[in-house]
Ligand binder design. Sequence first.
Ligand code: UDP
Ligand code: MG
Length: 335
Amino acid sequence: MEEDIKISIIVPCYNEEDVLSEFYAAVKDVMENRMKLDEYEVFFVNDGSTDATGTLLRGFHEKDIHVQYLSFSRNFGKESAMYAGLLYTKGDYTVIMDADLQHPPEVISDMYREISSGQYDMIATRRKNRKTDTKMRASLSHMFYGFMNRISGINMENDAMDFRMFNQKAKNAILSITEYNRFSKGIFEWIGFRTQWLEIEINDRRAGKSKWSFRGLFAYSLEGCIAFSTLPLSLASIMGCLCCFAGFAMIIAMVVQALATGVEGSGYATIVCMILLMGGIQLFCVGILGQYLAKTYLESKNRPKFLVQETSKEIVMERRAFSSDGTGQNQSYIR
Ligand code: UDP
Ligand code: MG
């Protein structure tokens, strides 16, 4: 059965009990009635949900051989969930989509048509509308991607989404990037390959709440900047040069003034201002260094990206060897 799967649909879910049944029914309908396809699997990655998500998934799996699931030991984040999904599925084509029905399941049939033509390795989607986002989130996101594209050297689209279909080549390329601090939007662009873009209408979340807080989005954006650019590190050198230049100019100005008019006052205020300015710049630069150091520290610890609590599907050996230390032994975690 495993060998025959044409499409694997990976669905990261975190506390999605309100929407999961509707999602499952909608995807099943598209696969079996619209696409008339039986060789598919829906692979739910339960990202440490604390509600009834795990129980629902077990129920789906018991009734339907097309449903597989994996539960993490705690919440590791959507990035880890997507990575785990890619690792555990073997379909000819792989789809990643959200569980909240914001990504319309019927688009999978368009993706399948495009990718099976053999002209593309990845079918990506960009949203036509941002009506489901608040104005604030939409404009911050626009600013962030503008900034990222300037500093990272890769072109990330503001409206691009994680809702994508990959062939084996593109999927293996993504899996070959094993870093701990993952920023998939960047990774999908970084790997290249022949990509076809589809513009789609995004629905409102059908039930439940978005898992992203302002703080979470900010931390994720920072992750993206650090993962895909080292330019902020150069900022320290640039500011250092500017300060040296300003200091040098001030010395010349003071010497000229002293020669022309004689030394005036104690200069106390100027000194305090300069100390504050220089101290501020130095701390700011040390802070940037600290961010990179922290990420390097986390990478060097080489911790697993997720830990498995329970799964309906044993991972296949070659993938395990491919992704971890190569021993292929009975590991309950994947690096
Ligand atoms: N999700 C996840 N782990 C998390 C947060 C979210 O697996 O820590 C899943 C969530 O269940 C959903 C998808 O990621 O299927 C997108 O999340 P959400 O709808 O909250 O994000 P938004 O659409 O608001 O960007
Ligand atoms: Mg959503």
